[in-house]
Design a protein around this ligand. Sequence first.
Ligand code: SF4
Length: 338
Amino acid sequence: MIDFDHVKYPFLFEPEGFEQLTNEEMTLVCERAVKRLRETLQKGEPTQLWADTVEYFSFFVASYIVSLINDDWVKKRFALFESRRSTAFLKKEKDMRLTDIAQTHFGWEINTIMGSKKTLFEVDFRSYLKNSVSIREPKWKLINRDLRKGFVRISKDEIVRLLEESIQRRILERTKIGLVEVPDFLKERIETLRNLVKRQRGTEIGVSKTFVFEALPPCIRDFYQSARTGKHLSHTARFTLVTFLVNVGFSVDEIVELFKSFSDFDERKTRYHLGTIIGTDKEKTRYFPPKCDTIKRYGFCVPDGFCKSVRHPMSYYRKALFRLRRIDSSTSMERVLL
Ligand code: SF4
């Protein structure tokens, strides 16, 4: 029987019961799946819930469509969107339910520690590492954690954040299950969605004329790729990326376009923050990206061989540009970039 858990966390279940759906229900499920994907691609925001049955089964049809579209960008974006959608529900769960999901469905070893002020949790360090490895904020590094007898202490909010990573992987796995042939009843819908994907990606091509992706320092390149694929970036990382892009000639509109992939994207707020970073014409106050030393302290430094000769990501970019132009002065450099 479908209950609200199936609606909140459909990826925890197997898609059983399709054969019991009536034709009318199946039509609604397909409609909802397509709407779910459209909104994932266009707005990146969770949408209003439909009826429980439709909501539950539409997740599987949407995953199936994503696997048929077979595009890594779409897969990642879908996994991110769906995991963030579940985050809103996870945050409201009681402690017991949260640890139950982590234990039963994702195989973590997790214990509750009753503190005098608030409840803490400890999770086995393997599960911790597996789920925190792609989170770049320094506080997630194992060296900065309270590790006791193979268990890492974490807060309730942190469980939710780590679960988000597990859920993303689970959903990505599901999108790998593709069929060779697209069923007739989905052909037209899939074509429409494929065109939508092309349009969405097309908006990313129109970036600053002076921008050369190949010259980006590795730290900024990581941020940029994360932004393009909607992967979570901390405020510090976003600040570093924005100040860098502004200083290599990106306009506000171009940065807004890039940031649209984030599931927490809010155009009004983004433009406001960009305004404070870029400064007004009158004030001409413009922020510069942090130096390498600072970026290292943040834990975002991922140096390559070229980094040895620089102390600032902007110097890396300028030197790399110079080098690239010298290597092939006759070839016009490709600008951005898939
Ligand atoms: S050395 Fe500087 S430019 Fe290179 S990755 Fe680290 S912070 Fe970035």
